[in-house]
Every structure is written in structure tokens, then in C-alpha cells.
Design a protein around this ligand. Structure first.
Ligand code: PMM
Length: 332
């Protein structure tokens, strides 16, 4: 699998461009390489930075998965909640992740942890816009992690270059037109309902097939709304309306999602299924802050499976692990 992928990437650019031209817009197929490449081309390049999404040694594309650093400007996110509510703290952490090689910093103003209550859009905007605005001035690429079109619009106006929508466009019917008008990449995550409902929505006969089909439906809806095929990224939504067993099955079968033909973003960082796996003998889950080594293992497995990017808290370790994988792949 990996060998084939590496060979594909080494094919000449004209051959890839031809493959892309042969594709029909909106029809998932075997031209993932070209789609990833064109997504990458559309993202901002910062002067003096190697990566086309603005950061570090990892620029995105096959063999070069991007690292998206998590920055939650919230009091209650499960991992970093409350740490970055002050603007200075948020900026310092974003700059650190960028310096460590994050291609993009994902700024979120509303917690999506299971059971979380919703906040007003005004509050969400007031949390994220100053951070995004200053990071734009600093030359740090950002994405906005939101399910609301008004928040996405405000964040894009402030300088965000990607919309990361954990609802895959389901939560707000205006989101598709905001994204289509802006022409930015849109992460469509698999989602079945807001945080307060997600535990009861975790029922599947075949989680891999159902997540794949539900994501394909979200992609079709995005295309119908005028979003360009080469702006779309899909994400299995690890931990969202999923039991630990569902998360493991999705992690084990990421190739099924890669096979949809769109770049895949994978976000397992510090999530509770890792805490459960690594629980003490008395059943106490491994604490959130002590799950980065396990997260790294998920990252390596995901990049081997062919994902476009990983969304993580520990950027430094992730970049190191990807470099090891790249060096190994280069010697095959
Ligand atoms: N997970 C969280 C928030 N946003 N976005 C995407 N695309 N994928 C995810 O898995 C995802 C997300 C929840 O985790 P956090 O508290 O670390 O932000």
C-alpha cells in the first residue's frame, strides 16, 4: 500500500495533472493524489516558510501530511480548556506550535466535548477573532473550528484560511455558501448531533461503512452547494457519537475513508478511547495530559494509511514522528 502510494507521488507532475483533468468533479475516484495536491496549492504560502500551508517542514500532500495544531480558546475543552483564554497565552501557544512545524493552527471557541452546552455565537466570535487576527499579522496560518456560518464568516474575515466544521455542514445550512463564496478548504467531519446528544447517537451496524456513506453524503451536499471538489477534506470524527470500539474500528480501517478520494484529516489526539486503553489496573483512565505517546502511535498508523493531515495537541512530537516515517519511506 505504502509502496504504491510513494510510487504514485513520485510520478511526474504532468502525469498527475492529467489524472486530475480526467476526473469528473464530485465523483470520488482513484485520483486522490491530484486532489490533495490541488488542495495544497490553494493554501497560503508564507514568505520564507517551506510549507504551502504556511508552516515548517511539513507542507501537506502525499508523503507530507500536514500537522494541524489544536488551540481551544474555551474554558471547558477536554484537553486544553481554560489554558488559552487570555489572548497572550493563546498567541504564545500558537506561535510555539507554528515554530515546531504546525502547518496550520486550528482555533476553536466552543467546546465540543460530549455533554457540552452550546454558547452564543457572539461569545464564540469574541473568543476566536482576536486570536486569528493577530496570528494573521504574525504570518501564522489558522483554521476556524466551528459549526456556525456566522463564526466562520467572521473568522475568515479576520484571516483564517480553512473552515474546520465538526458537523460536516449539518449544523448550519448557511455554512456551505459561506465556504463556497470564500473558496477556502472545508473539513467535513463525521457528525450525528450536538455534544449533548452524541452519546445516544453512537449506534451503528457497521461503523466504517456508515461513516463512509454519511461522509460521502456530506461531500455530495457540499458539491451541490457549489463548494469546489478540490476544497474538500473529510474526517472520521473520532470520539463524536462513537464508542471506543467504533473509534478503534475507524482507526483500523482509515483506508476505507482514504478510498473516498478526498484528503482525510485524522483527529485522535488525547481522546478518551486512548485513556480507556491505557487505564490503570483499577480502571482509572490515563489522564488527558499523559496520552501524547499513544496519540503519536495513532498518528504514525494514520499517515501510513494515507491521511492528508493530523490534528494534534503535541506538535513537536508529531513532526518528529512524521519525519521518521518519511525518512523510512524514502529508503524503501
Ligand atoms: N476533535 C475535536 C474538535 N475538533 N475537528 C476535526 N476536524 N476533527 C476532530 O477529531 C476534532 C475536531 C475535539 O477535540 P479537542 O477538544 O481536542 O479540540
Amino acid at each position: 500500500m505504502l509502496r504504491g502510494r510513494t510510487r504514485a507521488w513520485r510520478r511526474s507532475r504532468p502525469a498527475r495533472t492529467q489524472a486530475w483533468r480526467r476526473s469528473r468533479p464530485g465523483r470520488p475516484g482513484a485520483i486522490r493524489v491530484a486532489r490533495v495536491h490541488s488542495l495544497r496549492d490553494g493554501m497560503p504560502t508564507e514568505p520564507g516558510r517551506g510549507g504551502p500551508v504556511g508552516g515548517g517542514p511539513l507542507g501537506g500532500g502525499p508523503g507530507r501530511p500536514i500537522v494541524m495544531g489544536v488551540l481551544n480558546v474555551t474554558p471547558d475543552s477536554f484537553s486544553d480548556g481554560g489554558r488559552y483564554l487570555r489572548l497572550d497565552d493563546a498567541l504564545a501557544h500558537a506561535r510555539t506550535m507554528y515554530a515546531q512545524g504546525a502547518a496550520i493552527v486550528d482555533v476553536g471557541g466552543e467546546s465540543t466535548r460530549p455533554g457540552a452546552e452550546r454558547i452564543d455565537a457572539d461569545v464564540e466570535i469574541a473568543r476566536v477573532v482576536p486570536v486569528i487576527s493577530q496570528l494573521r499579522t504574525d504570518g501564522v496560518a489558522t483554521s476556524i473550528d466551528t459549526t456556525r456560518a456566522t463564526v466562520a464568516r467572521a473568522a475568515l474575515d479576520a484571516g483564517a484560511s480553512l473552515v474546520n466544521d465538526v458537523s460536516g455542514g449539518l449544523a448550519d445550512s448557511d455554512m456551505a455558501s459561506v465556504v463556497a463564496d470564500a473558496g477556502v478548504p472545508w473539513v467535513l467531519m463525521h457528525w450525528r448531533g450536538h455534544s449533548r446528544d452524541m452519546v445516544r447517537l453512537a449506534t451503528y451496524q457497521d461503523v466504517v461503512a456508515e461513516v463512509r456513506a454519511e461522509l460521502a453524503a456530506r461531500v455530495d451536499a457540499a458539491l451541490r452547494a457549489g463548494v469546489a471538489a478540490d476544497r474538500i477534506v473529510v474526517d472520521p470524527g473520532i470520539g463524536f457519537a462513537k464508542t471506543p470500539e467504533h473509534n478503534w474500528l475507524l482507526s483500523a480501517h482509515l483506508d476505507a475513508l482514504v478510498g473516498l478520494g478526498y484528503p482525510v484529516l485524522f483527529g485522535a489526539s488525547r481522546k478518551s478511547y486512548l485513556g480507556s486503553l491505557l487505564a490503570d489496573s483499577d480502571g482509572t483512565p490515563r489522564p488527558v495530559d499523559d496520552r501524547d505517546d499513544a496519540t503519536l502511535a495513532t498518528t504514525v498508523l494514520a499517515v501510513v494509511a494515507g491521511v492528508w493531515g493530523v490534528r494534534v495537541h503535541d506538535v513537536r512530537g508529531t513532526v518528529d514522528a512524521i519525519r521518521v516515517w518519511q525518512a523510512t519511506a524514502a529508503h524503501r
